[in-house]
Design a protein around this ligand. Sequence first.
Ligand code: BES
Ligand code: ZN
Ligand code: ZN
Length: 481
Amino acid sequence: MKFELSNKKVNEIKADCEAVFVVNKNLKHKWVKDRKDLELLDFKGSPDEIAFLPHKKIIYVSVNSLEHDDLRIGSANIIKVLKKSKFKSIKIGLYLKDLDINTKAIVEGFILGEYSFDKYKSEKIKNSINKIIISLEDYENEKFDIKKIKQEILEGEIIANSTNFAREIANSIPDDMTPAKMGEVAKNVAKENNLECKVYGEKFLKENNMNAFHAVSRGSIHEPKLIHLIYKQENAKKKIVIVGKGLTFDSGGLSLKPANSMITMKSDKSGASAVLGIMQAVSKFNMPFEIHGIIGATENMIGGNAYKPDDILKAKNGKTIEVRNTDAEGRLVLADCLCYAQEFNPDYILDFATLTGACVVALGHYTIGVMGHDDNLKKEIIKSGEKSGELTANLPFNKYLQKLIKSQVADISNISSERFGGAITAALFLSEFIEKKNKDKWVHLDIAGPAYVEKEWGCNPHGASGAGVRLALEWIKSLEK
Ligand code: BES
Ligand code: ZN
Ligand code: ZN
């Protein structure tokens, strides 16, 4: 799908179909021409309403406001309908509000809305649309920077394509997207984007005392992989490390998940998928930073050699962990990956993980849980979420929850002694592996809710959403200022 800017008025542009946003039920806007038809269809402009008039070559989509996320979802709704048609091109006017942000949102909406997962379908889901022409009608009346708008289109394309890339990886089945395959995907990303890439196996984990990570992998026939991507810009202003949980399948291990909870656990690699999407995008943005993407990729399975409840594991930083539930495996993998990440002396450490069901219970399916010690850093992350169209919520630490992960036989237990507050106690566990000097540099993002939803929502399709990619890129960009 190509995007074009045009100086012509919408009316003068040649395209197979026109798309019109009906903003906040305002059916009187000059671009709403077919009022009679809309009345016959009982189209009122309520949220997410769509009226496609193929003979008139026009589609009306209602949006609540001209805020960026409403436009993003509106554009996604347009493409979802039109990609099934015979039309090849769409023209759309630019609405004169927050022009740069909104142009980007519209572009993102089209690309995010176009995506559907058909890798395993014999008949592929088609998209007939190959061109979208954005009209700068009213351009002369208003003073805005055309170069900036062009840049926003480009950025929107990079961000949305990287999100779709992350979705595709997370959606892929465990037998295709094994830890080794994920390593290959990372190598490819590196090759195409001039990044450094290292993929380490079991031997490396053993030699580097990453026993918590290694233990999780023991029940699987697939070798675990520690994947490390590096983007380096000369005179980098800041060093950022992004860590991703890459459980290519989480059966729960010997603390086996019930049958229904195991379905969708191919998506337990969504943190890793986000890291791959982010790393693909950062080099295209040419950001003035040094950015490391670190992935702990493994399966959590059962078998004669599987790790067990009652095991005590020694992590890379020397801390001992009592295993009381093998389904709390993500934090074990991340513990060692976070220790590894800190060896590079980062200014910031972010981790993305489908870490807890408790986070989904707390916030519902659509919101990322944001945890960490530094309120300011969390605020910045939450702001980036708002700007990028991802929902977030702060989940605060406290000293009472901290006590719940004590162990009688080791330095720490891998589960809390109480059921409640499970997203926070999991993050407090991770915090045990963050060095004192780094506490305020670290933020943990629990993406268990939004990473994989078995229905369409907003500009997301059924399945993987690519959660975290948009937020992270927005946040990294904000560091440039
Ligand atoms: N991968 C799961 C968390 C999860 C649940 C992600 C639902 C997405 C949707 C994680 O490894 C897990 O199983 N966590 C346990 C922790 C418990 C044993 C303390 C959970 O949330 O039940
Ligand atoms: Zn688990
Ligand atoms: Zn898991």
